[in-house]
Design a protein around this ligand. Structure first.
Ligand code: HEM
Length: 344
């Protein structure tokens, strides 16, 4: 079984930088990304060794639409597909573009910045940054809504069990599915809501995070997934994000089984036969939605060799000097973000 990217098991980090990139359509652009797969560990070491206590880490993951191009010759992970947009009444979860995700975490914001800058610098005009979000730790591990987030995350061996693909997909064992959504929260409205009602929306007490018994529309109840009597877990490493005018939650979930995250989302967004949905969605809405797969380390490191094989097809002088290419050459087929679709 492939060795998983170590950073998948890291904590959420006091600081995080979430970079969603779209890769140019040319082979030159794809090659720049494959090279990054091989160089990433070295870049993390270069920045991280200056202060080990900063615990710098980075996960690199590939989007469904870019898989065949960036990882030629290796079948797509069994469950990797574009994010499935959801819509019901006023609740919408859009599907937006993303070929590459960099999830950078550290105890120091400057380390996240430095690594992000180096990576984007090394990719040059091979990529467009379609979402760049800085996440931060707020108070004692709370979301901006004032509730502790992450309590029910699996720990220890259960964490690996919940996040790392195993024998069910041998070609991709050691990898992990990632779903990201950037939520914008109506904090004014939230803050005007009495604490007792906020606690019913989350399903936990605000100060101590103690579980309440229901109601069935509580976030805790709608996000809980039980299949065949077994509770299914994902690993959430959400971070608050924001400016003084707009803010919310950057949701990021690692899963061994993408359908678990998808089923949770469906329970949250789509009202069931009794009209029940997640009332947290009355206060917050996602503006992005992308699925990725973080391949095992050996797959990432082998990408540069794939590059070598492909190099035979391009002129010898066409190196990574892609800065001179016009954007239209790098991104000939890129359009506007996908429109949300009605749930089927
Ligand atoms: C604005 C977005 C979100 C916020 C602010 C938020 C916040 C929270 C909070 C405060 C809790 C209770 C503490 C905990 O167990 O971590 C929680 C639990 C949970 N959330 Fe979220 N969440 C958000 C989105 C999501 C999404 C999109 C999913 C899944 C697709 C999700 C899945 C879960 C799960 C599985 C639990 C644990 C439920 C349990 O078993 O008790 N959350 N969330």
């Amino acid at each position: 079984m492939g060795v998983s990217q170590e950073a998948i098991q890291s904590g959420p980090g006091r600081h995080a930088l979430f970079l969603t990139l779209v890769v140019g359509a040319s082979e030159v652009a794809a090659r720049a990304v494959r090279q990054l797969g091989a160089d990433l560990a070295g870049l993390v070491r270069t920045v991280g060794h200056r202060d080990e206590s900063a615990a710098l880490s980075c996960v690199l993951a590939i989007g469904a639409d870019a898989w065949e191009r960036l990882v030629p010759g290796r079948s797509r992970p069994a469950q990797l597909h574009p994010f499935r947009a959801l819509e019901d009444a006023t609740r919408r979860a859009p599907s937006t573009p993303g070929d590459l995700l960099l999830h950078i975490r550290a105890e120091r914001a400057d380390f996240c910045h430095e690594l992000g800058r180096m990576i984007i610098g090394s990719l040059g005009s091979a990529v467009q940054v379609v979402d760049e979000t800085q996440g931060f730790s707020y108070m004692d591990s709370r979301d901006l809504i004032g509730f502790v987030d992450g309590t029910e995350n699996p720990g220890g061996e259960a964490r690996r069990e919940a996040t790392i693909v195993g024998d069910e997909d041998p070609a991709h064992a050691g990898g992990s599915y990632i779903t990201v959504q950037r939520y914008v929260t109506d904090l004014d409205r939230w803050q005007q809501t009495p604490t007792a009602e906020q606690e019913r929306v989350i399903g936990r007490t605000k100060a101590e995070g103690i579980e309440l018994d229901g109601p069935p529309t509580a976030h805790k109840e709608r996000a809980k997934l039980v299949r065949d009597g077994v509770e299914k877990k994902i690993l959430r490493q959400n971070r608050p994000w924001g400016t003084t005018r707009e803010s919310g939650t950057y949701f990021i979930a690692y899963a061994r089984d993408l359908s678990v995250t998808e089923a949770m989302l469906e329970r949250m967004f789509i009202a069931d036969a009794d009209g029940l949905y997640d009332h947290l969605l009355d206060f917050t809405h996602p503006v992005t939605g992308v699925n990725f797969f973080a391949p095992a380390v050996d797959v990432l490191e082998s990408l540069a060799a794939t590059d070598g094989a492909a190099a035979a097809e391009v002129p010898a002088d066409e190196t990574l000097g892609i800065g001179s290419l016009r954007e239209s050459e790098l991104f000939p087929t890129r359009g506007t973000p996908t429109k949300p679709k009605k749930a089927s």
